[in-house]
Structures are given as C-alpha cells and as structure tokens.
Design a protein around this ligand. Structure first.
Ligand SMILES: Cc1cc2nc3c(=O)[nH]c(=O)nc-3n(C[C@H](O)[C@H](O)[C@H](O)COP(=O)(O)OP(=O)(O)OC[C@H]3O[C@@H](n4cnc5c(N)ncnc54)[C@H](O)[C@@H]3O)c2cc1C
Length: 387
C-alpha cells in the first residue's frame, strides 16, 4: 500500500521482503471504514469485491452445532463485513497495483542502518550496502527493522490470549456461514468459508502472561493439542489437523505501542508501529490508512522531518482510539465454566433477536453503508500530488 502511493506521487521506491516470494498466508481479513475508501481511490474496489470469501454471516453455535444466534452480513452487530477477503488475495492485488512503480526484492532483509544528514546507509543480509534517502519499517508485528531503528522502545502489550490459524479441507458441516463455537475453559473455535474450496480455521484461548513468556516454537503444537482436548463440537477435527498440518500460524495476541514512529530519516508504518491486535478487526485498515497518510504527507512536505511529524500528529488519535479496547475484551467472550458459555450464548441470542435488531437499526446508519468511512477517520485529500 505504501509502495503504491509513494509510486503514484513519483517517489523512487525499493521494497525489501524477507520471504522468497509474496507471503500469501493468513486468513479472512476485512477492508473497512476509511480503508474501503482508499481501495476505491486506487480503483481496486471491484477487484477486492470479486475476491470475496463468500461468507454470508456468522452463526454462534453450541456443541450440537445448533445456531444459538445468527448475524447476517448486513447486520451491523455481525462479524462479517462487506469486503471480506483472504489476506493472500489482498496481498496479490496490492502487489500487482504497485509492482510497476516499485523495485521489489525478495529473500533479503536489513541488518544495519546508519543515518547522517544526507541519507541512510543500509546493509542487507545479502552483504550489499546501499544508500537511501529514507527507510520505512513495514515488516509486521515482530518487526526486526523497527528494532534496528528504535531498539526496544516500542512495547508488545500481550492481551492474555493466543491464536492459531490454519487452512483445513472443507467438511460436510461447513457452509457459507462463519461458525463461532465457545467452549468452556476459555476456548473459542472459529471456522470460516473461503473462495478456494477450503475452510479457514482458528483456535483461540486464554493463556496467562507467565505461561506465554515461557513458550518456544517447539511448544506450540503440544500446547494446541492439550488446550483443544475435550472442547467438544468439531474439536477432534482440529486436533487431527494439529497433528498433520505443517502450516499453522501461532502467536500471542497483543498490541504494539510505540512512543514515536520515526527517528531522523527512519520511520515505521502498519503493525510494526501500531498493531491494534486482531480482536479489534482493524489491523489491515489501520495499516492501509497509515500507509496512505505517510505517503501523502511525504508528498506534501518539502522536509521529511515535517512529513513524519504531520503523519504522527494526524494518525495517532485514530490509532489510540482503535487500540482502546472496551472493558473486559477479550476475556468476556472466553468464559471459564459451562454456565458461563450458556450465559454468553444467550447474550448473543439476545443481541441477534428481532427486538435487539429493531433497537440497533434505530441507532445505526444502515441507509448510508459508507458512513463509517468519514466518521472513523477523515482521510486527507492528497489528490493534487499524483504524477
Ligand atoms: C503470514 C501472515 C499471516 C497473517 N494472518 C492474519 C490473519 O489470518 N488474520 C489477521 O487479522 N491478520 C493476519 N496477519 C496480520 C495482518 O496481515 C496485519 O495485521 C495487517 O495486514 C497489517 O499489515 P502489515 O503490512 O503492517 O504487516 P504484515 O501483514 O505482517 O506484513 C509484514 C511483511 O513483512 C515481511 N517481513 C517480516 N520481517 C521482515 C524483515 N525483517 N525484512 C523484510 N521483510 C520482512 C513479512 O514476510 C510480511 O510480508 C498475518 C500476517 C502474516 C505475515
């Protein structure tokens, strides 16, 4: 996204990707609020819409796979958004849109950064050293480039829960509904349809900080198997996958809080700078808005220092509002006991009831589907800068 907008403003852009090819992994994400408007400005809305995951809504199911509560795609309280897309499909669309104006280099990463008044000397793992005007870290929540820029200054705020994502073969119970199952002992399984004929699964559970801190990669699979044991519903199906699936993405859920997003000629964007955590549903949106604003500010300021200052000034209030979690999130949807699960499912059923929908429709701006684009963050207009 940043490469696209910088290219559109005439900057000479080099993108360094550590992987040997595009990283197309990941699950269902959504492009919402102001990010939807940015995608439209890029002329990509139809493409994103065409890559829709086919999800028609979310059902909260019990152990017998009966829907306790159903939220259709149009329901303002539902999980399923207008533009649901697989992360890999979105990555491909953005790559195609930017590859002609940016020099993409794969299988490399930055190992050293030295800046002076005139530029930045960048040393790569491949051994090469090159000089650039500016360097932007956009390498995700575990950013190594960020560490080279500001050391341990940003913190990872662990939210007390872990998530595993994996793609599994489609089964007879899978439909075009996302199915959310809450088990006791603070566990949630989510199965979602995709547009590839497979099913996207996630297993989420609470884990205290001290236990999380002790985990090494070798602990992930045994922990997943131990925690899913006895969860009921389709847990045995996932347990089997934990044995055989080699592409399981596992991580603690947390937020990145950085006191500053730039130092001299070096800056950060997206999850590297302000990951809000998947529980907000805003990781992709925030990264896109951040990239659009950073590129726009660089295009409209003579001095990069002023551009970085303005980027942070404009964006920080939005980031802080997204990162502010409602009280009880995420623990409130991870009950410990069976009674807690029962009460939670009844609460979902109440929220999905006709009476609740009538009340919500009174408050929601259902007639104006795009009201959130402006309400959430007023995107600056940099249109005059395009070359
Ligand atoms: C493999 C993967 C799967 C994901 N799955 C989901 C999901 O299912 N649901 C969800 O909500 N979010 C998921 N995310 C996170 C989501 O993509 C981000 O929250 C959001 O899109 C913000 O994107 P970003 O560009 O800031 O970071 P990311 O999307 O994390 O992209 C960072 C990129 O930098 C590359 N990289 C990493 N280290 C280096 C380095 N040192 N040098 C150069 N390049 C490097 C990575 O390979 C990656 O291509 C996933 C991220 C990844 C990497």
């Amino acid at each position: 996204m940043l490469a696209y907008w910088l290219g559109r403003y005439g900057f000479d852009v080099t993108v360094i990707e550590r992987s040997a090819s595009l990283r197309l992994g990941g699950q269902n994400i959504d492009v919402n609020g102001p990010a939807r408007k940015i995608i439209r400005m890029m002329g990509l809305e139809d493409e994103v819409r065409a890559a829709n995951t086919t999800e028609i809504g979310t059902q909260f199911v019990n152990a017998d796979n009966e829907a306790e509560a159903t939220f259709s795609k149009d329901d303002p309280n539902g999980l399923t958004q207008e533009l649901e897309i697989l992360r890999g499909d979105l990555v491909s669309i953005l790559y195609e849109a930017s590859r002609n104006t940016a020099d993409y280099r794969f299988s490399d990463y930055i190992t050293e950064l030295t800046q002076d008044d005139e530029g930045v000397d960048v040393t790569f793992n491949s051994g090469k050293t090159e000089r650039f005007d500016l360097v932007i870290a956009a390498d995700g929540i575990r950013s190594k480039t960020r560490k080279l820029m500001v050391g341990d200054e940003p913190v990872f705020n662990y939210l007390g829960m872990c998530t595993a994502y994996l793609t599994i073969p489609k089964g007879p119970t899978d439909t075009n509904w996302a199915r959310w199952y809450t088990a006791d002992d603070s566990r949630v399984i989510l199965l979602r349809p995709d547009n590839k004929g497979t099913t996207r699964a996630s297993f989420n559970f609470l884990l205290p900080q001290d236990a999380f801190d002790k985990l090494s990669p070798a602990d992930h699979k045994p922990l997943l198997k131990q925690r899913i044991n006895g969860a009921g519903w389709e847990a045995p199906r996932l347990a089997k996958e934990f044995d055989t699936n080699d592409d399981i993405y596992f991580d603690g859920v947390g937020q990145i809080k950085a006191p500053r997003w730039s130092v001299g000629r070096l800056a950060m964007v997206g999850d590297a700078a302000y990951c809000p955590a998947p529980v907000t549903g805003k990781g992709t949106t925030l990264a896109m808005v951040g990239a659009y604003v950073l590129a726009g500010e660089l295009a409209t300021h003579e001095r990069y220092q002023d551009a970085f200052t303005s980027y942070e000034k404009r964006l920080r209030p939005y980031v802080e509002s997204v990162q502010k979690l409602p009280p009880g999130v995420p623990w409130i949807v991870y009950p410990k006991s069976k009674i807690g699960v029962f009460v939670l499912n009844k609460a979902f059923a109440l929220a999905a009831s006709d009476a609740a929908k009538k009340i919500m429709s009174f408050f929601s701006k259902k007639d104006d589907k795009h009201a959130d684009e402006e309400a959430e963050f007023d995107l600056p207009d940099y249109a005059g800068q395009a070359v």
